[in-house]
Design a protein around this ligand. Structure first.
Ligand SMILES: Cc1cc2nc3c(=O)[nH]c(=O)nc-3n(C[C@H](O)[C@H](O)[C@H](O)COP(=O)(O)O)c2cc1C
Length: 373
C-alpha cells in the first residue's frame, strides 16, 4: 500500500463515503469499510429519523450508532465533526459596531455576520474563535477516543485551534472547507490538517459559494498544498471514469456522497433512489439558500422553491419555505417531495442502477491508476 490517503486511513482503498447527516448509518458505513473503503458517520443525526436537540442525548445516540457500526465491521471508519465557530465574547464586542456595546448586541445575527467575515481570515480566526464553547464536538472527541476511532472528517470553517484539539486527542484530521478557497487550504495545511478534501460545485448538499466545479477546484487545491499533504476530490465522482479524471488532476483519494446514496445499503427512500436513476444532471434543480445554493431532484416543493427564486424571493424566505435542514429528512429519508427536497450531486447521469456498496467501491477503485494505489 503506497497511497498516502489509504495509509492515513488504515484502509486498502482511498475511497471515502461522505458525511451526509441522517443519510449515514451503521449499515452504510460498515458496508463501505468492509468493501475496503472508509465509511463516515455524519455529525448530524446519523442513523436517526429525527434531530435530538439535547446535546447529551444526541451524543448518546451517536455513540450507539458508532457501536452498531463496530458490530458490523472490524475495519476502520470515521466520524464527521463540524466545530461551531463561536467567537470569544471580547472579539464579538470589538467587532460589533456602534457606541452602546451592550450584551444584547451579541445576538445570533450579529455573531453570524462576524463569523462570515472571519471565514476568510484564518489568522483572525485563530485569535478570535473560542474552542471551549462547543460541548457537542468535545463529546464527539470523547466518543472517538472511547470507541477507537482514529480519523475525523472536519468540515466547515477552519479554526486551527480545533485541529490542535483533535491532534491532542490522537485523531487524524481530514479538513474539508465548505468552499475550497486556495488561501484557506494553505492555512489548513499550515495548521496541521493531515489531508484536504476539495469539494467542487458539482456536489450534492451545501454547495461551495465560489461556484467552481470539481475539475477546476481540484488542480487549484493541488497547487495550493504543494505536495505537503494529499488532496481528496469531492463532487460528482460516482464511477471509474470520474475517479480516473480526479486522479489525473492530482487527487490521491475520493470523497463520494451521491453514489453511495444509490446503494443497496443506504437509508435513502426507495422512490428517491429510483429518481436518481431516472433523472440526469441537467434536470437537477437549483435554488438560492443562505450563503449559496441548494440542489434538488424535481418535485412539488422543490419546483415551488425554484419558482420563488425566479420571483425574486430572498434566500432566507426560500430556505424557510423549504423547512430548513428538515427538508432533507422529509425529502430523502421519508421520500416526500411535497414536504422536503432531495439533494444530489451532478454525477447522477452516470448512475444507472442501485448496486451494493462493494460494487460501487470496486468500480471507483478500477478508475485509480495502479501506480497511484
Ligand atoms: C443528502 C446530502 C446530505 C449532506 N449532508 C452533509 C452534512 O451534513 N455535512 C457535510 O459536511 N456534508 C454534507 N453533504 C456533502 C457531502 O459530504 C459531500 O461533500 C458530497 O456528497 C460530495 O459530492 P457528491 O454527492 O457529488 O459525491 C451532504 C451531501 C448530500 C448529497
Amino acid at each position: 500500500m503506497t497511497n498516502r490517503v489509504a495509509q492515513l486511513l488504515g484502509v486498502e482503498k482511498p475511497i471515502i463515503q461522505a458525511s451526509m447527516a441522517y443519510l449515514t448509518d451503521a449499515k452504510l458505513v460498515a458496508a463501505v469499510s468492509n468493501a475496503g473503503g472508509f465509511g463516515i458517520l455524519g455529525s448530524v443525526a446519523p442513523g436517526q429519523d429525527y434531530y435530538e436537540a439535547d446535546v447529551a442525548k444526541n451524543l448518546a445516540l451517536m455513540q450507539k450508532e458508532v457501536q452498531a457500526t463496530k458490530d458490523l465491521t472490524d475495519k476502520p471508519f470515521g466520524l464527521a465533526v463540524s466545530p461551531r465557530p463561536v467567537l470569544k465574547r471580547q472579539a464579538v464586542t470589538d467587532a460589533t459596531s456602534g457606541a452602546s456595546q451592550s450584551e444584547e448586541k451579541t445576538k445570533i445575527s450579529d455573531i453570524a455576520k462576524e463569523v462570515n467575515k472571519l471565514k476568510t481570515d484564518t489568522a483572525q480566526a485563530q485569535r478570535d474563535y473560542d474552542t471551549t464553547q462547543d460541548p457537542f464536538t468535545d463529546g464527539q472527541i470523547k466518543i472517538a477516543q472511547a470507541e477507537g476511532i482514529k480519523v475525523v472528517l472536519y468540515s466547515g470553517t477552519l479554526i486551527p485551534a480545533w485541529i490542535d484539539k483533535f491532534h491532542a486527542a490522537g485523531l487524524k484530521v481530514l479538513f474539508r472547507p465548505t468552499t475550497p478557497y486556495a488561501p484557506i487550504i494553505k492555512d489548513a495545511v499550515q495548521a496541521g490538517a493531515d489531508a484536504i478534501v476539495v469539494t467542487g460545485f458539482d456536489e450534492g448538499g451545501t454547495v461551495p459559494v465560489n461556484v467552481v466545479g470539481t475539475f477546476a477546484a481540484l488542480p487549484l487545491a493541488v497547487q495550493a498544498v504543494a505536495g505537503k499533504v494529499p488532496v481528496i476530490a469531492a463532487g460528482g465522482i460516482v464511477d471509474h471514469t470520474t475517479a480516473q479524471a480526479a486522479f489525473a488532476l492530482g487527487a490521491e483519494g475520493l470523497y463520494v456522497g451521491t453514489a453511495f446514496l444509490a446503494s443497496d445499503e443506504s437509508r435513502l427512500a426507495a422512490n428517491i433512489k429510483q429518481a436518481i436513476i431516472d433523472y440526469d444532471a441537467e434536470e437537477v434543480l437549483m435554488f438560492r439558500a443562505p450563503n449559496s445554493y441548494y440542489r434538488s431532484l424535481p418535485g412539488e416543493l422543490p419546483n415551488k422553491l425554484v419558482a420563488m427564486d425566479r420571483d425574486g424571493k430572498s434566500a432566507d424566505e426560500i430556505w424557510q419555505a423549504a423547512g430548513d435542514y428538515d427538508a432533507l429528512r422529509q425529502g430523502m429519508l421519508f421520500g416526500d417531495l411535497s414536504k422536503g427536497i432531495a439533494s444530489v450531486g451532478l454525477g447522477i447521469s452516470l448512475i444507472h442502477e442501485i448496486k451494493s456498496s462493494q460494487a460501487i467501491v470496486d468500480d471507483l477503485y478500477a478508475g485509480i491508476p495502479e501506480n497511484k494505489r
